[in-house]
Each structure stands twice: as C-alpha cells, then as structure tokens.
Design a protein around this ligand. Structure first.
Ligand SMILES: [Zn+2]
Length: 123
C-alpha cells in the first residue's frame, strides 16, 4: 500500500483549515502542502478541491488576474462545521498517538481498577 493513502484526510483538512482563514487557490495550496512534505500534482489536487466544493465545504469564486481568471476557494458554513468536527477527532487521535507512557500506564491502571480492583497492574 502507498503511504499516501494514509494522508489523504490530512490533505483535505489542511485545505479546509487554510480556506477557513483566507481565500486559497490551487497553486498556492500545492506550495503550502509541499512545505509540509506533501507533494501533490495538479492532477491530484484539483479533483480534491472540486470534491470539497461539490460536498458544499468550499465555495469557489473566479477572480480576474491580468488576462486569466483564477478560482479562489473559501470555506462555507458547512465546511467550517465539518472542520471543527474533524479537529475534535484529530485532537482525540493525537492524544492516543502521542500520549506519554506514564499516561498509558495510568489508563491501564484505571481500567484494571474498574474491572474488579485487581491488585496486579499491567502496563
Ligand atoms: Zn497547512
């Protein structure tokens, strides 16, 4: 399996996060994501932007720049709601992925205590 499969949600979250702060456009997103180590081609990114737009998370507007137009994206209220919900999930997962050994030990002691007060703790 390609590792990138694991990151596709992160990429969508990055996009929503940045589009919630200011209007974004495809090339700018590609450069920003590259700084995070995600190398996306336009052929990968644009379908993601279009899917987020189709889902109602982003709204696109066309801006004239010289003699070409650029599509700018911003979160919709629905996109903002989805972002907030996803952030809560990420926070929860972050806690599990990075909790300290001490905290894990504490959690397993708690569950042992709840499961009948065994005196032996397993860590
Ligand atoms: Zn970012």
């Amino acid at each position: 399996m390609d590792d990138r499969d694991l990151y596709s949600g992160f990429i969508r979250l990055h996009i929503l996060h940045h589009a919630d702060k200011r209007s974004i456009f495809g090339l700018g997103v590609m450069e920003e994501l590259a700084q995070h180590g995600y190398r996306l081609s336009a052929g990968t990114l644009y379908p993601i932007l279009h899917a987020l737009e189709a889902k109602g998370y982003l709204r696109a507007t066309e801006h004239r720049k010289g003699n070409h137009t650029r599509k700018m994206y911003r979160t919709t209220p629905e996109g903002r709601r989805a972002l907030a919900a996803a952030k809560a999930q990420v926070k929860e997962m972050f806690g599990e992925l990075f909790q300290s050994r001490a905290a894990r030990g504490h959690a397993s002691r708690m569950s042992v205590a709840q499961n009948g007060g065994l005196t032996q703790w397993h860590n």
